[in-house]
Design a protein around this ligand. Structure first.
Ligand code: IOA
Ligand code: ZN
Length: 260
């Protein structure tokens, strides 16, 4: 099938049948273990310069909740860190579990977070997104862990308020004037490594920038994400939960840290 949402139905261990790269040597997500991480003091800080006017719509595509941005020019960009040049913000989306004790894709020293926010950027030195996904330096994803706590980040409210408008697969709503950098944690400390999409086609085109500091969300906010459905409006309800891929082998990759 080319309806990728069926792949979570099939289970990640079946993806390689249609996408052999799913068994590749640079797959994501991974477990980040302190004992295998190398502090790289040459790593630069990363910077996001986002234009709130680039935000367009929020949608439920049956496998996640996604906010889409205008990426027709260098309007909202990520630069610095491990990256050379600017990368254009194209979309952000989430991964979450069926309960607060799991849901993130990356795992840090055995710790699973309740969820993970991915901000996806592509390298405009390639002619378009589809071309960039075929290149090792084509994509950069900024990953931010969602941790359940008592004092949730008020900036998450805007996204979660829209959830009611996109309950079922295929639903989309306007989402104007939104600067996703308001979601960033205080610290910009990060780990970085070369990996892949965590869903089919699992292309190994991503420079991952995983922030060490999680953002705090409430249990109610996580429950809001879990109120989304995988199915379309007139179909039996299937809760959209556990849209995370298990961690993949690191093989001969190095995970670099921007902090000691
Ligand atoms: N979770 S993640 O951040 O790793 C991730 C980000 C984006 C995509 C994606 O764009 N899929 C669709 C897609 C992929 C292609 F490779 C080509 C086209 C296309 F629409 C998949 C996974
Ligand atoms: Zn993702």
């Amino acid at each position: 099938f080319h309806d990728i949402s069926l792949y979570f139905f099939l289970g990640p261990d079946q993806w390689h049948k249609n996408y052999p790269i799913a068994k590749g040597r640079h797959q994501s997500p991974i477990e980040i273990n302190n004992k295998e991480v190398h502090y790289d003091r040459s790593l630069l800080p990363w910077f996001a310069s986002y234009d709130p006017g680039a935000a367009k719509t929020i949608l439920n595509n049956g496998k996640t909740c996604r906010v889409v941005f205008d990426d027709s020019f260098d309007r909202s960009v990520l630069r610095g860190g491990p990256l050379s040049g600017v990368y254009r913000l194209r979309q952000l989306h989430f991964h979450w579990g069926s309960s607060d004790d799991h849901g993130s894709e990356h795992v840090v020293n055995g710790v699973r977070y309740a969820g993970e926010l991915h901000l996806l950027h592509w390298n405009p030195k390639y002619s378009n997104y589809l071309d960039a996904v075929r290149r090792a330096d084509g994509i950069a994803v900024l990953a931010i862990f969602l941790q359940v706590g008592k004092t949730p980040k008020p900036e998450m409210k805007r996204i979660l308020e829209e959830i009611n408008a996109i309950k079922t697969k295929g639903k989309e709503a306007p989402f104007p004037n939104f600067d996703p950098s308001i979601l960033f944690p205080k610290s910009h400390d990060y780990w970085t490594y070369h990996g892949s999409f965590t869903t089919p086609p699992c292309e190994e085109c991503i420079t991952w920038i995983v922030l060490r500091e999680p953002i705090i969300v409430s249990s109610d906010q996580m429950a809001k994400l879990r109120s989304l459905s995988k199915n379309a409006e007139n179909e039996p309800d299937i809760p959209l939960v556990d849209n995370w891929r298990p961690t993949q082998p690191l093989y001969f990759r190095m995970v670099s840290a921007s902090f000691l």
